[in-house]
Design a protein around this ligand. Structure first.
Ligand SMILES: NC(=O)c1ccc[n+]([C@@H]2O[C@H](COP(=O)([O-])OP(=O)(O)OC[C@H]3O[C@@H](n4cnc5c(N)ncnc54)[C@H](O)[C@@H]3O)[C@@H](O)[C@H]2O)c1
Length: 295
């Protein structure tokens, strides 16, 4: 199966990136958002990225024109009816995802593949929302943030996922110019299973005043050759997303290393969600990180 028409549910941080990459790869992409304002905001993010690429001379007007033609938006699930693949990228809440999957299952054709971009939930937990014939077409497709820059995608199979579904997804990932790894259907898959305890530990270190926020980040960046420090990365991911992921993983494994530090809860409660809200461990001016804020 050659995936040509792609539906994306949610045009936030991840959904917009996945939609952008799929449209650039030549797929016809429809993004579905919750309301008109969010849809406009999500599409604007993608258009903005393309405008910047044209301004920098990396992309021609003609290429951008082709990508724009490949991309459309909607508020209605039935507009995704002819998709070969739908990738869900709505917030990390099982109830919301189950509801979206129930609606999708009713409108999609029998051969359509249905994927979640969940960071931490088990993919098989979404099965109750689907008719039995759809289960071989259910898988996880886990992209990394920022999607246009990150070359890895984890493909997650459940016990029911069909081999031809996995083959179609591998080909799709390749078409996007990315590399796929096969990951188990266990919370966190490969990368977050290792990354999340590290990020939570860094937050615990900041909470215990091991060092300043900047020095923790500089330490891991220059001492370990990481492209960015763990607190900067947490701001980048979104502290609310981090909290949701930690809760799901702690629930699943019961290990203290997955427990959300109280500083993370306090920051989220204060509306300091990281880059997306303009403040987290750092103050942000749009995409630009400014000074560290008091904690
Ligand atoms: N943020 C990351 O670094 C990251 C990385 C990998 C995976 N993920 C996962 O990707 C998913 C999305 O995360 P995000 O960071 O993009 O979140 P986000 O909050 O930026 O975006 C979610 C979007 O979904 C929309 N939405 C909610 N309900 C909807 C519905 N019923 N129909 C259509 N749209 C709906 C919201 O309006 C919002 O725009 C989560 O499962 C998250 O765990 C996130």
């Amino acid at each position: 199966m050659d995936i040509q028409r792609v539906g994306i549910i949610g045009c936030g941080l991840m959904g917009s990136g996945i939609a952008q990459c799929a449209a650039e790869a030549g797929c016809r992409v429809v993004v579905k958002e919750a309301d008109e304002a969010l849809l406009t905001k999500g599409l604007k993010r993608i258009h903005g990225a393309w405008d910047r690429s044209v301004a920098k001379g990396k992309v021609t007007e003609e290429q951008r024109g082709g990508w724009l033609k490949n991309l459309s938006g909607t508020l209605a699930f039935p507009d995704l009816a002819d998709c070969d693949l739908v990738v869900e990228a709505i917030p990390e809440r099982l109830d919301l995802k189950l509801q979206a999957f129930t609606e999708l299952d009713q409108v999609l054709g029998p051969a359509a593949i249905l994927c979640t971009n969940t960071s931490s939930l088990s993919v098989a937990q979404l099965s109750p929302a689907l008719a039995p014939h759809r289960l071989p077409r259910l898988a996880g497709l886990h992209f990394f943030n920022p999607v246009p820059m990150m070359p890895l995608v984890e493909i997650i199979r459940t016990l029911a996922t069909a081999e031809d579904t996995l083959t179609a997804l591998r080909t799709f990932v390749q078409k996007l110019g990315k590399t796929a790894v096969m990951a188990p259907d266990a919370p966190g898959f490969i990368v977050n299973r290792l990354l999340v305890p590290y990020l939570l530990d860094a937050i615990r270190c900041a909470e215990q005043r091991l060092a300043t926020v900047e020095d923790i980040d500089i330490g891991m960046k220059l001492g370990c050759g990481h492209p960015m420090g763990p607190l900067y990365l947490s701001d980048f991911i979104g502290l609310d997303t981090m909290l949701n992921v930690a809760e799901v993983m702690f629930d699943a494994y019961g290990e203290p290393r997955f427990k959300a530090p109280s500083l993370l809860r306090q920051l989220v409660a204060a509306g300091r969600l990281g880059r997306k809200s303009g403040s987290g461990f750092y103050r942000w001016e749009g995409e630009k990180r400014m000074e560290a804020l008091p904690i």
